[in-house]
Structures are given as C-alpha cells and as structure tokens.
Design a protein around this ligand. Structure first.
Ligand code: F6P
Length: 549
C-alpha cells in the first residue's frame, strides 16, 4: 500500500491546512458565517450524538479527509476486519473483537460457537456465585472478588465495573489488583476474608510478570490464612489463552475460562476477561454491554463515511496529529462514572497507535497517535484546564457528556455538570481578546493602567478544537457503544497511517531488561555491568534495602 503522505489527498490536505492557517480564519468565524454549522457537522446515532462542529474544519477539509479515507482503502480495511482477515500482520492473526459481540454464531467468523459457549459458561458461573451456591473452603458463599490482571486484563474490566456501579449486586464487592507493587495486593487483601474471597487470574498469555507475582502472593495469603489446599480451586479461577500454564499454576481445568489469540488484550473486555464485570452487574447487563458494542459495529460497518461516527472521529484525529501538529489529545468525560475511561483509552489509543513504522516496516512520514490523557470533569477544570486555555500547546479535546443524570434525580446539579462541559468547549473555541479583557476590568472599576497591564495575562487565545459526544444516559448498552466507537476510531487512524493497531512490540524491551535488572538487584555482588546510572541505582538499593521481616 502507498505511504499515506504520498497520496494525492494527503498532499491536498497539507496545502489546504496551510491555506486555512494563512487565512487566519477561526472556528468561531465558521459559526458566524454559517447558522447551520451545528446540524451540518454533527451526527446522531441511536442514543449518541457527536458534535464535531467546534473543529477548525470546513466543508473542503471534510471532503478531503473523506477522500483520504477512500484513497487509503478504509472501506476494504473495514470489510477485512469483519471478514476475519489477518489484519494483525506482525502476529499473523485476525483482530476479531467484533466477533465477541455477535449475537449468533456467524459462519464467516468461524469462532461464534466458541464465543457463545464461553458466554454460557460465564452465565452459569456468575449465577452460582451471585446466588451463593459457589462455596468457599468453609462452606460460606463468596462476597469478595479480586481480579488479578494488568493492561487489557485490568483496565477495561475495571473501567466498566466502575462505570456500572449503579447496577452492582449488593452481595459481591469487586476489586482489581494490577500493579506488581505488593502494596496494591496487600492493601486489597487487608479487608478481605479468605473464606469468602474469589480470585480471578486474568491473563491472556499467563506469562505476565505482574499477574504471576500477584497471583502467587494471593495464593500464599490464602494458605497462610488457613485456606484449605485441597479446596483452593473454590477460590482461584482463570481467564487465559494459555491453558497449560494455568493448569501448572494449580487452576482446576473446569475453572479456566478461554481467551483466544485473535482477541487483543486491550480489545478483550467483551470476552471472559469481562468476568468481573459480569459478576458485579450480572449477565443480563453484560449482554446489554455487548449489544451496545454490536450496534456500534453495525453502524461502523454499514454507514456511509460522511455519517459514520468512528470514521469521522478517526479522520479528525489524523487531521489534528498529522496536519495541525497536535501531539496530545485530552479525553474529558463529564461523568464521575467514567472516571477511569481516560486511563482505558490511554492503553487503547497509545498501545495501538504508538508506532513509527508502516505495515511493510518502512518508516512513517508523519506524526502518528497522540499522547492521550485526561480525567473526569469538572475536576480537571480545577487542575489542568489552565494549560488547555492559556498554554502554548495545541490540545484537541473530546468532551463526553450524559444528557440525563444516572439516578434520574439531582437534576439541577446535573445541569451544572452539563453547563460546565459546554462552557469549557465554548471557552476553548471563543477565547478572550486583550480588548475584551481590558473592557471587562474597566467595568469592574479597575484603573486604566492596571487594567491595561492585567489584560495581557487574561488573554485566552481560543480557537482550540474539540468534539462533544453526548450519550442519552449512562446505560450498559450506551457504554458498550461508546467503547466500541473508540476501538473503531483507533482502527480508522491506523488504516490511514498504514500501521498495525493490534501489536505492541514496544513493550518487550523493558520486560527483557527488567529480568536482567531483577537478577542484578538480587545478586550478591556489586553491579558493574550496566551503564553507570543503572549500576549506581542498583548498588544504592542493594546497600540500603531492608529484607523481608
Ligand atoms: O505489556 C503489554 C501487554 O501485553 C498488554 O498488551 C496486555 O493487555 C497486558 O500486557 C497483559 O497481558 P496478559 O493478559 O497476557 O497478562
């Protein structure tokens, strides 16, 4: 495939960007010139609305971006994903997360039967645990679930479980332990009772250091606290594609839930990796989540590009990164329930798009995926929004809001939340000129000289782009659609950049070096074989460290 920067539409976009820049036109001017801009630059799909009118784009920009999508072969790439082609070329497998939310076995995908059988197995297990029939070693029912996993085996399930707190069954408390820092596990265990605690070891590879260490710690704790070794299977289940390793760890074969190599870790919350979600909210809600994702899959697969939400958002992301020079992207859910959504998106976006070579191994010619960060609004307004408004970096923002409050009450307070959400995107776009700031200060009774001096500090450049996504409310279905939307948006970007969104070779080197450093930290001799900094840090710790008590 042609490198994107050599495509005709790419070059035209480059020229077009320069022309827009030279014209000095601002986003706010585009609204003044066109009273229909909101309706022409927004899309409604089911219970989701995307407003992308507050971006510095014109009809011509959109047309060129859509041409770029065609030229890059996006249509064929979408079909290839749904057809189960080997689109993860470096790992030589398909990326089939869409098959996890297909309600009926799809003959073309060949994996439907396994997916349905796993959902049935999850259903049986969830009912046994929730209804108290799954007993621990002293005959008591389970009341605490601790998911041990990291990356995709943690972030997705943890984010969804937190987001759906409103529907948690009261009899189960779900916790997530990911960090190899033993404090994470110890502090979680501090409040747990071994008689009523169930551990889920979630690891696609069953090879991940953090998960291994934490699982071993959990097993030690269970035994130290009097847990019956003969009944350990009542307290440890696993979700993995590596059955042999799970068996070797001591998990009962009947308690191993399958994963498959055709599901990427960061795309896996829809599989049995979602078991803690299902335990927390029940299988009915879990299936609603899958259904919501399915609705987005169908929208992505079947909707013309000009009304296709993931396509539009993916193209805008390419526009911002590659043409406008935005190196970072803020994710701002105005919903406490979605507090963990930015952290989930960090893995989804940065592990997928943090690449420097194209599919054929040649270097990319433009910036690829941006640095993704953010947190729930309104909290961010009182910390990092200052930089969004007056800093020197161009940072596009995605605002995510809920039309209705989750509990159907506190309507007025929820209205403050929405008002803040909209006021932030408005302020980012409009800004405040020096003259406006000066007049404002005079109207507040400041003397002229002081007002002149202070006005310079109150200038807000404005013209900062943003999208706003509104969900009708936070339901399991809408959450499923929202997550799937970002999965597909990421795929769109990867197709335009001609990179593989489904591998993550970059994380390997740190893992390899980590093993060598562990050996050096636990050796008897002074370390001298690395660089001076690493040697110095290791030797300092060796000399200063206390051992286990
Ligand atoms: O180190 C990165 C990574 O491979 C992620 O891609 C993955 O989600 C995570 O580690 C956990 O992997 P596993 O589920 O195999 O333990």
């Amino acid at each position: 495939m042609t490198s994107p920067s050599r495509m005709h539409s790419w070059q035209r976009l480059s020229t077009h960007h320069q022309q827009l820049h030279d014209s000095g036109i601002r986003i706010a001017d585009l609204f003044t010139a066109d009273s229909t801009r909101f309706s022409r630059f927004s899309v409604k799909e089911g219970e989701l609305l995307l407003d992308y009118s507050k971006n510095l784009i014109t009809d011509e920009t959109r047309a060129l971006l859509l041409t770029l999508a065609e030229e890059a072969g996006l249509r064929g790439a979408i079909d290839a994903m749904f057809r189960a082609d080997v689109i993860n070329t470096t790992e030589q497998r398909p990326a089939l997360h869409v098959a996890l939310r297909t309600p009926l076995p799809d003959a073309r995908l060949k994996v439907g039967a396994e997916v349905q059988a796993t959902l049935d197995k999850m259903q049986g297990f969830v009912e046994e645990v929730q209804q108290g029939r799954w007993k621990g070693f002293t005959g008591k029912s389970i009341s605490t679930v601790i998911n041990i996993g990291i990356g995709g085996s943690d972030l997705g399930p943890a984010m969804v479980t937190a987001a759906l707190a409103h529907w948690h069954v009261p009899q189960l408390q779900c916790h997530f332990v990911s960090n190899v820092d033993p404090v994470h596990m110890r502090e979680t265990l501090a409040a747990a009772d071994p008689e009523t605690t169930l551990f889920i070891i979630a690891s696609k590879s069953f090879n991940t250091l953090e998960t291994h260490q934490n699982a071993a710690l959990a097993r030690r704790w269970y035994l130290e606290k009097g847990g019956d070794v003969a009944l350990i299977a009542r307290h440890f289940v696993a979700v993995t594609a590596n059955v042999a390793k799970a068996l070797a760890f001591g998990i009962d074969a009947a308690n191993i839930f399958p994963m498959w190599d055709w599901v990427g870790g960061r795309y896996s919350l829809w599989s049995a990796i979602g078991l803690p979600i299902a335990l927390a909210v029940g299988m009915t809600k879990f299936r609603e989540l899958l259904h919501g994702a399915r609705l987005m899959d169908e929208h992505f697969r079947d909707t013309p590009f000009e009304r296709n939400i993931p396509v539009i958002m993916g193209l805008l992301a390419v526009w911002h990164s590659a043409f406008c020079g935005a190196a970072s992207q803020a994710m701002l859910p105005y919903s406490q329930s979605l507090n963990l959504f930015p952290a989930f998106l960090q893995q989804l976006e940065m592990e997928s798009l943090g690449k420097s070579v194209q599919i054929d191994g040649s270097a990319v010619h433009s910036a690829t995926g941006p640095i993704v960060w953010g947190s729930a609004g309104t909290n961010g307004q009182h910390s990092f929004h200052q930089l969004l408004h007056q800093g020197t970096h161009l940072i596009p923002a995605d605002f995510i809001g809920l039309v209705n409050s989750l509990y159907g009450q506190d309507h007025d307070q929820h209205t403050h939340l929405l008002a803040n959400c909209f006021s932030q995107s408005q302020a980012l776009m409009q800004g405040k000129s020096e003259e406006e700031a000066f007049r404002e200060l005079l109207s507040q009774g400041r003397d002229e000289a002081f007002a002149r001096a202070l006005a310079k500090h109150k200038v807000i450049a404005g013209n900062k782009p943003s999208n706003t996504l509104l969900l009708q409310e936070l339901s399991a279905q809408n959450l499923g659609s929202l997550i799937a939307l970002y999965e597909h948006k990421v795929y769109v970007e990867s197709v335009i950049w001609n990179i593989n969104a489904f591998d993550q070779w970059g994380v390997e080197l740190g893992k390899q070096l980590g093993e060598k450093l562990y050996d050096a930290l636990t050796a008897n001799a002074n370390c001298e074989h690395f660089d001076a900094s690493t040697n110095g840090l290791i030797n300092h710790c060796r000399q200063q460290q206390d051992g286990d008590e």
